[in-house]
Design a protein around this ligand. Structure first.
Ligand SMILES: Nc1ncnc2c1ncn2[C@@H]1O[C@H](COP(=O)(O)OP(=O)(O)OP(=O)(O)O)[C@@H](O)[C@H]1O
Ligand SMILES: [Mg+2]
Length: 323
């Protein structure tokens, strides 16, 4: 089962949602006539209220995925939700709160250190963004528009994207900082620092046995992806015009394709025969790149970030339904 997490953002307004960590449900409160049976109650693998730290979210569900990537199992952690709901805050963190990436890197390199007597590790990092359906290498911003290829050996991959060798969590964070400088952010009336692109930071983990006494060299390789999506937005709420509005439309469109893919996958999971089992991964770059994380060979955690205030209700319900 895919671990699903719903995370409530801190706001000054009174929350209209009740978060129950015992039954792992979120339901709308304070509204006469609203009952669980009205479709206002949503269940997840875990739910977190406004008081939960990113470290708590990470330890509860992402840590396990990170640790198993050291043993050759692909892992993906991504944040989904409306604009300004805390996706970048969760994945990247800020000066006051560590993000999932930094917490994960501390674990990755602690494991490398622990196993270094018996295994030899090679780790490479890439950091890309998908901006208006164009793939950009944030670590080499002059290169753009990389083609996506697929073969049996590598699955779906971005051609010509060069990984950079990393030897410590500090290396990863320093490269991430460089990449951030090239990433598309913009101010909207909902978020002073709104992500205008989807970003994917990938760590390719490869390791082999040092002990060759039995003549067998067991190589383990996996990919660990951290995805910070751009948030869905209503142009009337963000006040976006011109280029920002164009970006907003592109973001909404790719999130719509992501929603369609997830919904078809869940139809398949329930054994429904609708659409002859066709999953339209190819309709957007985002779903194409995330194909194996969504549809197959990966352990994936989706963190659904939601705004608890009344003004965000429509978006929150849509995010919770997505989850
Ligand atoms: N749980 C939280 N605790 C404290 N501050 C938070 C929390 N979640 C979000 N914030 C703050 O809210 C603001 C918006 O968050 P953030 O930029 O992460 O949103 P986002 O979902 O990435 O939005 P967008 O889709 O526009 O990129 C930031 O200033 C962030 O620091
Ligand atoms: Mg963001």
């Amino acid at each position: 089962m895919r671990p699903l997490i719903a995370r409530e953002r801190k706001v000054k307004a009174q929350p209209i949602w009740l978060v129950d960590p015992y039954s792992n449900t979120i339901m709308q409160k304070n509204s006469p006539g609203v009952r669980a049976s009205d479709g206002n109650r949503f269940g997840f693998n875990n739910v977190f209220d406004t008081h939960s730290s990113t470290e708590h979210v990470y330890n509860t569900l992402a840590k396990d995925i990170v640790v198993s990537s050291m043993n050759g199992i692909n892992g993906t952690i991504f944040a989904y939700g409306q604009t300004s709901s805390g996706k970048t805050y969760t994945i990247k963190g800020d000066s006051k709160s560590l993000g999932v990436i930094e917490l994960a890197m501390n674990d990755v390199f602690a494991n490398v250190e622990k196993d270094k007597k018996t295994r030899e590790f090679s780790l490479q990092m890439t950091y890309i963004e998908i901006y208006n359906e164009t793939i950009r290498d944030l670590l080499n911003p002059n290169e753009t528009n990389f083609p996506i290829y697929e073969n049996k050996e590598r699955g779906v991959y971005i051609n010509n994207l060069q990984g950079i060798t990393v030897n410590s969590a500090k290396d990863v964070l320093s490269l991430m900082g460089e990449g951030e400088a090239h990433r598309h952010y913009g101010r909207t009336s909902m978020n002073d620092f709104s992500s205008r692109s989807h970003t994917i930071l990938t760590l390719a983990v490869c390791s082999k046995n040092k002990d060759m006494s039995e003549g067998i060299n067991k190589i383990r390789s996996s990919q660990l992806n951290f995805v910070d999506l751009a948030g869905s937005e209503r142009l009337t709420q963000t006040g976006a015009t011109g280029m920002r509005a164009e970006e907003g439309r592109s973001i909404n469109k790719s999130l719509m394709f992501l929603g369609i893919v997830i919904s078809r996958l869940s139809e398949q999971g329930k054994g429904l025969t609708a659409n002859q089992g066709h999953i339209p991964f190819r309709d957007s770059k985002l779903t194409r790149i995330l194909q194996s994380s969504l549809g197959g060979n990966s352990r994936t955690a989706i963190i659904c970030n939601v705004g608890p205030a009344a003004q965000d209700r429509e978006h929150t319900v849509s995010t919770l339904r997505f989850g």
